[in-house]
Design a protein around this ligand. Sequence first.
Ligand code: CP
Ligand code: NVA
Length: 309
Amino acid sequence: MKGKDFITVAELSTEQIESIFELALKLKSNPDDYEDALTNMTMAMIFEKPSLRTRVSFEAGMTQMGGHAMYLGPSDISLGKRESVPDIARVLDRMVDIIMARTFAHDSVTTLAEYASIPVINGLSDLHHPCQAIADYLTILEKKGTLKGLKLAFVGDGNNVAHSLLECGAKTGVSVTIVCPKGYEPKKEIFDAAFEEGKKMGATMAVCNDWKEGVKGADVVYTDVWASMGQEKEAEERKKIFLPYQVNSELMALADKEAIFMHCLPAHRGEEVTDEVIESWQSVVFDEAENRLHAQKSLILKLLLGEIE
Ligand code: CP
Ligand code: NVA
């Protein structure tokens, strides 16, 4: 993986995902073994949108491995406004070792990757959130001991997180059902590609508008906000449309008895999830958040140094 970009989960092989998990678990149990791995290396972190987990996990991760991360917020570089995306990519290319970007348009991340020779990591775009998916499946692996054959029900908007969960499910053998209101399904081309890819691993991708049917027997129930960053104007309308899809105790009761509850966070309690569910024994949301750190450290090491022990 040395020198490559990480824009979507679909571009990774099953073996590469497994090797990211393996190194992430080593980093989690023995972080000191890698404390000098990235001496003198710098990550530029471009943010067009707010963040807690992504910013802190990347910045702390670089520090923990002896490197440094630099925050470039919306008012610092005004991606595409003060300066074009290709120009920004070519300037950063001369100064830092790796770029992480959180953008509105997915095109902005792919353009950065096209114009920079150094690795570019997608830290969330309107279409994908691949770092989240990698951390989430690592969490499921830890909690369930395996991935292949499991069923994940994503309840809510067919959004960036849903897209990356579909793609990662297809590569790891987890069947993913997107349970959503009509009109809020995932993008057809992303779903169709995951559907085809999933067949190779015996996983079935599905979309279901009936929440009772969609969550039945699920090993993992996952939700995310109803209005993503950039969709604030639609928030009120979406509250009405999505209310029947709230993850509450009644919905959780239809999943497997041992089902875990996941949320990428930040959560809007009382909207997509009740306090009762997110605070229940089934909820693993903070383990999931912590795993952003370990999974991304693993990813950074692989992109910068290649296959390391
Ligand atoms: N889950 C996630 O990406 O969180 P932030 O938006 O806080 O980075
Ligand atoms: N779908 C959400 C995820 C936040 C981490 C958003 O894009 O705002």
